[in-house]
Design a protein. Structure first.
Length: 440
């Protein structure tokens, strides 16, 4: 018993000689707590220990993508080769509050962060709404064995285990922030509903960046946000046209503040992809210009910068717990910050950038999966439909993007400009961000 006690004390006290502690009395409860701490990789200690922020990477993206040279698939066949936003936000968040990054669906089973504890098995008694299974991309009908390993439950399980680990090492109520892109955006909704019954989680905030499930078997109840979600900010790409890349707009309770915003560009533009074709694949399906789709163009960078400004300002606001970042974009004054945001939003819609967004609407996201998914989609006659290269020649890619909106207990298919009725001006974006606590 003394040997065990000494080992535990050493683990807590640092490099102090065991002989100095052999006569100390340690409570059994303290031993149990210390043993539990040693059995899992604990979260980073924090000064503001009542805030937890979890970042969910998009499909096939990992925590390493904050570094441009590492922002690509394991075999190097596809990637941004420039910093990706979600992993970058995790990396640049300071350590004054708890944080975790979860590698995306379709990656291997490596936990997303060094601070991620061991994944706990799903609890018994979950409802159909809560249980989404652990299908990787192959199980979701994507014919790619290379991206088949990691599914919904693995990602949610890491998030749950991390939250439980933080709660076991802290006291008091917590604010939970959930940020994610693509399937990671859908994981924010799944996780919010999974943990809603924990009495110590008093507020949940969700930032979903173009949340695309790509999986028709996800229960509809996933897209009904519970009453603990205090803020839902959904940002949607205007110019994506690939089949199975239709995003979802969830329903919210009356007490939830909701901001739905559309930004130009492809599915990946808002998270840092400035490639001409807008996609990490580097291919240019349905395009007459096959020479430079993988070229990074400065005209495409402002949309990713604006999204990063919005994300960091939301997380730094009072409602989201005052999360801080080592990245500082702000000029010296609040008025200067607003002017910089407006300038970025104006550059995002420059005439040359608008031409590039129009080009991106002609480029399929999934050419590597030919002949399975070679089509883009358009909204026509009240439903989504596939369009061919001849349709692109006819300009049908300029129809509004299709989205799925959850309302009245049902999923409705509609154009993006019906689900999000207003395209906000740069000044309106700045005003809305201020309304949500940013730019203060």
């Amino acid at each position: 018993m003394k040997i065990l006690m000494t080992a535990v004390i050493l683990s807590l006290a640092g490099s102090v000689r065991a002989a100095e502690f052999t006569d100390l009395t340690v409570k059994a409860s303290d031993l149990k707590a210390a043993a539990a701490e040693a059995a899992a990789v604990m979260p980073e200690r924090a000064a503001r220990n009542n805030v937890i922020t979890i970042y969910f990477c998009g499909t096939a993206i990992t925590k390493e993508w904050w570094k441009g040279p590492d922002a690509h698939s394991p075999d190097g066949s596809a990637g941004f080769w420039s910093p990706e936003l979600v992993s970058t936000l995790f990396h640049e968040q300071d350590n004054a509050s708890y944080k975790l990054v979860v590698n995306g669906i379709g990656t291997d089973e490596t936990p997303g962060s060094a601070s991620s504890p061991a994944v706990k098995p799903p609890a018994d008694g979950r409802t159909d709404i809560d249980s989404v299974g652990n299908k990787g991309l192959y199980g979701q009908a994507f014919p790619s064995s290379r991206l088949a390993d990691r599914g919904w439950e693995t990602c949610i399980g890491e998030a749950e285990a991390y939250i439980n680990s933080v709660l076991s090492s802290t006291a008091g109520d917590v604010t939970l922030n959930l940020v994610g892109h693509s399937r990671g955006g859908v994981l924010t909704m799944m996780t919010a509903n999974r943990v809603k019954d924990n009495p110590r989680i008093k507020a949940i905030n969700v930032l979903a960046l173009d949340p695309v499930p790509g999986d028709g078997s996800v229960p509809d109840g996933t897209y009904l946000l519970n009453e603990k979600v205090k803020n839902y900010v959904g940002i949607y790409s205007e110019d994506e046209r690939t089949e199975m890349f239709e995003p979802v707009v969830p329903a919210a309770e009356p007490g939830t503040k909701v901001w739905l915003l559309t930004l130009p560009g492809s599915h990946e533009a808002m998270v840092g992809n400035s490639q001409k074709d807008g996609h990490s694949s580097g291919d240019h399906y349905y395009s007459s210009d096959n020479g430079d789709g993988n070229t990074h163009l400065p005209e495409l960078e402002p949309v990713g910068r604006l999204t990063k400004i919005i994300a960091s300002e939301l997380l730094a606001s009072q409602d989201w717990g005052g999360v801080r970042f080592n990245w500082n974009w702000r000029p010296a004054t609040a008025e200067g910050s607003k002017e910089e945001l407006v300038k970025t939003a104006q550059e995002m819609r420059s005439p040359k950038a608008e031409k590039l967004y129009e080009y991106q609407r002609t480029v399929s996201f999934l050419p590597s999966l030919v002949p399975f998914y070679t089509s883009l989609t358009a909204f026509s006659g009240g439903s989504a439909r596939m369009i061919s290269d001849s349709d692109v020649s006819a300009g049908l890619q300029n129809e509004p993007r299709v989205v799925y909106k959850f309302e009245g207990g049902l999923i409705r298919t509609m154009p993006l400009n019906e689900a999000v009725t207003d395209r906000e001006t740069p000044e309106q974006i700045a005003g809305k961000l201020a309304e949500f606590g940013g730019l203060n």
